[in-house]
Design a binder for this molecule. Structure first.
Ligand code: ADP
Length: 496
C-alpha cells in the first residue's frame, strides 16, 4: 500500500507542537508496518536544511482547480524529492520560496500575526497533495492520502474535483486539534481555484466564512483524531468547536487512534539532554536530575520539595490560568513550580506575577527550549497538564516514561492515558498519575492535595512511579491501527 502523508511540521527540524513529533515518528512507523510512505511538506527553509534532495529532476505541478497563486509566482512552484537526512524518510518538498521561505514561524510572523496569504499557502499544499494523489509523480502513485490538520484539509475536496469520475486514492483527514480551523473570508474562494458550488452548508461555508477544516471533515473518506476519547468529545457541542453538527453527520467515519511516543528520543536511560540518566530499577539519577533542575532554575535546592513542572504552549487551551489560584497552597505545602512555555503574552504575565511572589520556590522560562523541556520532564516529580481540552497530549506520556507523575484534567487523550491514583487503582497497582474532572481551580487543588498525600507515603509513590515508567505508548500499535483503517477503506472503495 502506498501512502502520501501531508503535513506541515517535522521534529526536530520544524516544530511548534505535537504535530511535529507525530510527523517525525508516525511515517516511519507506518513504513515499518508495511506502508510505502512518503511525506509532502511545504518547502520551509528549516526543512530544506534537513532533507537530502535526490538527483531526480523536480516535478512541476500544473492542472485544473489550482489556486491562482500557482500562476502568480515569479518562479514556478516545484515539488522536489528527497529524504530526511537523519532518518531516510522519503519526502516531497513543495518548493515555492515566495510562499514558504520567510522569517518568523510557519503560520505566523515573528510578531505573532497570521501570515496574510495563509489561505494561498496552505491551499497550495492541499492542492499539491491532490495532484500527487492523482499520479502527478508518474513513478509513484499513492493508494491513500492522509492529510493532517487544517493546513492540508482542502486536499480531499481538490481530489474529488480533480478526479471527477476517474479513480482517486482514498483520503483520511487526521484532526490533531479541532480548535485551529483555517478560517478565511469567503471572497477568497475563487482565488483558491474552487467553484462557488462547494461553498454551501454541505461544503466549506462556516458562519459566512470559508473553513479549511470543514473541507477535510466533509470530503475525506475517513476522519481520525489522535485519541479515542477526543473522537467522542468532538461530536458534542462542548468540545465540537461549532463543527460538532458536521461531525455528528459523519460520525460513522470518525475514529480515534492514540498517538505514540518516540522512545528513542524520550528515554531517561539514554537521553543525552539530561545530566543524570536513570531507569525504573535504578532511580538514583532521578534525584540528581531534580537537584540539577533546581540549581539550573535558581530554585531552593530542597530534596524534600515536591517539584511540579509544566512544559506547554501558553494558550487558552492549556488551562494554565488555573495555576495562579492554587500556587500559594502548592508552595505552602512544600511544593515548587517550574514552567517552560511560549505563546500568549497575557498568560505569561499572569504566571510571572504569580511566581514572583514565591521567590526561590518557583521559576518561569519562556521561549521554545527542547533541552530544557527534557530536563524539566526528567527532573520534576509531577507534570501538570490542566488543559481545558486535549486531543492527545504528549507531555504526559513523556512524563510517565521519566517517572514524573502526570496530574491532568480528565479530557481527551489525557483521560485515555493517565490512570488516577484512586484507592482502588492504588490497591490494584494500576495508578499512573492524578486526574481531576471539573475544569476548575478547586478541582485542581483537590488533585494537588492527593499528590501531596501520596508523596507522604514514599513506598506507594515509588510503586506508582515505577508503574508509570513501564507504560508504553507504542507507535507500532498506532501504525497498525492506521494501516487496518486504510485497508478497510481501500476494500470499501473499489473505484480507487
Ligand atoms: P500541543 O501539540 O497542543 O502543543 P502536545 O502535548 O501534543 O501539545 O505536544 C507538545 C510538544 O511540544 C511536546 O513535545 C512538548 O515537549 C513540546 N513543547 C511545548 N512547549 C514547549 C517549549 N516551550 N519548549 C520546548 N518544547 C515544548
Amino acid at each position: 500500500m502506498k501512502l502520501l502523508y501531508a503535513c506541515t511540521e517535522l521534529a526536530p527540524l520544524l516544530k511548534t507542537g505535537g504535530l511535529a513529533d507525530v510527523g517525525a515518528a508516525l511515517p516511519l512507523a507506518l513504513t515499518a508496518a508495511g506502508c510505502d510512505t512518503r511525506m509532502l511538506l511545504p518547502g520551509f527553509a528549516a526543512l530544506f536544511n534537513g532533507v537530502q534532495l535526490d538527483d531526480a529532476p523536480p516535478l512541476m505541478p500544473a492542472g485544473p482547480f489550482a489556486p491562482a497563486v500557482l500562476q502568480q509566482l515569479a518562479q514556478p512552484a516545484l515539488i522536489r524529492r528527497g529524504r530526511v537526512a537523519a532518518t531516510g524518510q522519503p519526502v516531497y518538498l513543495l518548493d515555492a520560496p515566495a510562499l514558504y521561505q520567510r522569517g518568523g514561524g510557519p503560520y505566523q510572523s515573528a510578531a505573532g500575526e497570521d501570515w496574510p496569504d495563509n489561505a494561498d499557502r496552505f491551499a497550495l499544499l492541499g492542492w499539491a497533495a491532490a495532484w500527487l494523489g492523482l499520479g502527478g509523480d508518474t513513478d509513484w502513485r499513492p493508494d491513500v492520502v492522509q492529510l493532517h490538520d487544517w493546513h492540508a484539509a482542502l486536499a480531499p475536496l481538490y481530489l474529488r474535483l480533480m478526479a471527477g469520475d476517474k479513480p482517486r486514492p482514498v483520503s483520511v483527514f487526521t484532526v490533531h486539534n479541532l480548535a485551529y480551523q483555517g478560517l478565511f473570508p469567503a471572497d477568497q474562494l475563487p482565488g483558491l481555484g474552487l467553484p462557488w458550488s462547494v461553498f454551501g452548508i454541505d461544503g466549506l461555508e462556516f458562519y459566512g466564512q470559508l473553513s479549511f477544516m470543514k473541507a477535510g471533515l466533509q470530503f475525506a473518506d475517513a476522519i481520525t483524531t489522535v485519541s479515542p476519547r477526543y473522537a467522542q468529545e468532538i461530536l458534542t457541542p462542548e468540545q465540537g468547536c461549532r463543527l460538532d453538527g458536521v461531525l455528528r453527520e459523519r460520525a460513522s467515519r470518525v475514529s480515534g487512534i492514540l498517538n505514540g511516543v518516540d522512545y528513542a528520543v524520550w528515554n531517561p536511560a539514554t537521553d543525552p539532554l539530561i545530566g543524570a540518566r536513570f531507569e525504573h530499577d535504578r532511580l538514583a539519577g532521578k534525584a540528581l536530575a531534580r537537584s540539577a533542575l533546581q540549581r539550573e532554575l535558581g530554585l531552593q535546592e530542597r530534596p524534600d520539595a515536591l517539584v511540579f513542572g509544566v512544559v506547554s504552549r501558553l494558550s487558552e487551551q492549556k488551562g494554565l490560568h488555573l495555576l495562579p489560584p492554587v500556587l500559594d497552597e502548592l508552595v505552602a505545602r512544600g511544593g515548587q513550580l517550574v514552567v517552560l512555555g511560549s505563546g500568549d503574552a497575557g498568560i505569561e504575565a499572569a504566571l510571572r506575577e504569580a511566581l514572583a511572589a514565591h521567590g526561590a520556590q518557583g521559576a518561569l522560562r519562556t521561549g521554545y527550549d527542547e533541552a530544557l523541556a527534557h530536563r524539566i520532564i526528567a527532573g520534576a516529580d509531577v507534570l501538570l497538564v490542566p488543559s481545558r481540552f486535549e486531543p492527545c497530549g504528549l507531555t504526559q506520556l513523556y512524563a510517565m516514561r521519566y517517572g514524573t507523575l502526570p496530574l491532568v484534567h480528565g479530557v481527551g487523550g489525557l483521560a485515555d492515558t493517565v490512570t488516577d491514583a484512586t484507592p482502588d487503582a492504588l490497591a490494584a497497582g494500576r495508578a499512573t498519575g492524578f486526574v481531576f474532572c471539573d475544569f476548575s481551580a478547586d478541582a485542581l487543588r483537590g488533585a494537588l492535595h492527593r499528590a501531596f498525600a501520596l508523596a507522604e507515603r514514599p513506598r506507594e509513590w515509588d510503586a506508582v512511579r515505577r508503574h508509570a515508567m513501564q507504560q508504553r505508548f507504542d507507535w507500532r500499535e498506532a501504525a497498525r491501527a492506521y494501516c487496518a483503517l486504510f485497508q478497510r477503506l481501500l476494500t470499501a472503495h473499489p473505484e480507487s
